[in-house]
Design a protein around this ligand. Structure first.
Ligand code: ATP
Length: 248
């Protein structure tokens, strides 16, 4: 396993936001963590990448215990995160933002090649390479945030709600890109409220509710699961035309 959470518990003061969860992502997998607003998804991600200290449990990455390791150290070890709200540098140009993603790397030629690669994936960014980040549209900023994470040559990419606030067509484009990145061999943990889209592109999924993970499994099984369909895919049990088999 490239990433393993074992009994992870995270609290804000007296409030437990993550209540002892287990989660694993194997090399080459695209795994999603879905759940409603406030379920604890972002908190989990922050604990993985060292932005929050877990109260209990362990985070293992690439064979080592990284619990509590600061995020800047993890970037150098191939763990990159695209935060909710993107976190791009508004004053810097598109090209400078992308260069910041590669600051841990010494191979200038490789960085040059990857920059061109990001511009191939996102032609829109290439057209705007000298424009400052703050003047980009929401969708373009999301592309820039993903592009910047790609510049660190990650082994594991953590994506926090890449679809948030984007028009449906752009969401589609972002998800296609996530698939493309996965096909190139980057392992991805995708956090999403858009459960249907996330499950459609993932190999496996975890469902988070009030700090716990009541359901997990292959994405296709979760998509067919009546509990998931009712709670996360906007389908009512009454609209379920197929007979539901009780698998318990
Ligand atoms: P969203 O999709 O809204 O980001 P989420 O599943 O990512 O939801 P979290 O942001 O992880 O959920 O929040 C989990 C719980 O922790 C929520 O009840 C939230 O109110 C609480 N919480 C989050 N950040 C803080 C904080 N800084 N201080 C106190 N409580 C917090």
């Amino acid at each position: 396993m490239l990433l393993e959470l074992d009994g992870l518990e995270v609290a804000y003061g007296g409030i437990k936001a993550v209540k002892g969860i287990d989660l694993a992502v194997d090399r080459g997998e695209l795994v999603c963590l879905i759940g409603a607003n406030g379920a604890g998804k972002t908190t989990t991600l922050k604990a993985i990448c060292g932005l929050l200290h877990p109260r209990a449990g362990r985070v293992r990455y690439d064979g080592e215990d990284i619990t509590g390791t600061p995020s800047y150290r993890l970037v150098a070890r191939g763990l990159a995160m695209v935060p909710e709200g993107r976190g791009i540098f508004r004053q810097l140009t598109v090209e400078e933002n992308l260069a910041m993603g590669a600051f841990v790397r010494g191979d200038r030629q490789g960085v040059r090649r990857d920059l061109e690669r990001v511009f191939e994936i996102f032609p829109r960014l290439a057209e705007r390479r000298t424009q400052s980040g703050g003047t980009l549209s929401g969708g373009e900023q999301q592309m820039l945030a993903i592009g910047r994470a790609m510049m660190s040559r990650p082994k594991l990419l953590l994506l926090d709600e890449p679809s948030m606030g984007l028009a449906p067509l752009l969401v589609q484009r972002i998800f296609e890109t996530v698939c493309e990145i996965a096909r190139e061999g980057v392992t991805i943990l995708l956090i999403e409220q858009n459960a249907r889209l996330a499950l459609e592109i993932s190999t496996r999924g975890y469902v988070m509710e009030s700090g716990t993970i009541p359901l997990s499994g292959p994405a296709a099984e979760l998509l067919a699961d009546p509990r998931v369909r009712e709670a996360y895919l906007g389908e009512t049990a009454a609209a379920d035309v197929e007979p539901v088999q009780d698998r318990t």
